[in-house]
Design a binder for this molecule. Sequence first.
Ligand SMILES: C[S@@+](CC[C@H](N)C(=O)[O-])C[C@H]1O[C@@H](n2cnc3c(N)ncnc32)[C@H](O)[C@@H]1O
Length: 309
Amino acid sequence: MRPRHPMDYSRAKTRREVLIRQRRDIWTPEQIESLARHFGLKPGMELLDAGCGFGYAMRTWGRFCLPGGKLTGLDRDKKLLSQAARFCTKEGLGRAARFVIGDVCKMPFEDNAFDAALAHVVFCHLAEPEKALDEMIRVTRPGGCVAVFDNALAGSASSGWTNWREPTVDEKLLGHEVGIRMMNGRRELGFGDFSVGCHLPSWMEARGLRNVGVRTNERVVWVAPPSRSPEQGTAYRNTVERMGELVRWDRVSKTEAAQMRAGGLARGKFDRHRRINRLANRAYRKAMRGRTAAYAWSAPFWCISGFKP
Ligand SMILES: C[S@@+](CC[C@H](N)C(=O)[O-])C[C@H]1O[C@@H](n2cnc3c(N)ncnc32)[C@H](O)[C@@H]1O
């Protein structure tokens, strides 16, 4: 039996963690504004959010197309679309928004239907991301912006620091190997590629897009005791909320086992890595409960954009 896709949104926990909480930590309000300017978004424009999930991109950048604009969210998951519609209504975008069920690699839209097309953290889940890029370009009007937000993790090491348990060099190297091999396994199984962002600039250039550029997010989430300022309080609360969502380190899912095999990772190494994570996790909970935790981390995302000639 084919293993389930690692991003299985039928689980409420995955939906909450990935589509709501993670989104709070990616782009700062200043960056959102400056990206909107760069994309050339203006009132009255028609915007596509391809693979919209809960509609993060259309809710975030769609407001720059109002009043008068139209926002379209496309996703293959009906349940996510109905939640996206509820969020849009709650945030006053309901009238401008519409939702369409469909495949980002075969979009149910006419050529040149939109002024701009965005895809936020979708390409890393696709087996054939170039098809989705072709479709985004096809449905965008000449002069319009095509922007893909995604990961560009070509086996990069962890981008954070904590005060609760410093791993040894061997443990860090092991974590790095596990990360790379699991990522390779994921790609081999057709579950997508977390390095897709690295390829997107040349894919856009090859398709003749103009002014191709890459931007990264600058947000660093940090907490230091006693975490009293409003920003620190929010960061602290978000992390505490996350404690309830942490994966259970003692279980190996069928998908993980398949990724391990496909990526050439020995089971013993995976198990050792889990044991190390369990120790870190325990120390982390203690530090959060005692309000002694200090940490800083960033989730690096890229925004790769170009303009249709
Ligand atoms: C990580 S979520 C991102 C959702 C949203 N863009 C965001 O940033 O919150 C990936 C989304 O892509 C959708 N998706 C994956 N493959 C798809 C496909 N081939 N066609 C349409 N949607 C797809 C999933 O249903 C999911 O909503």
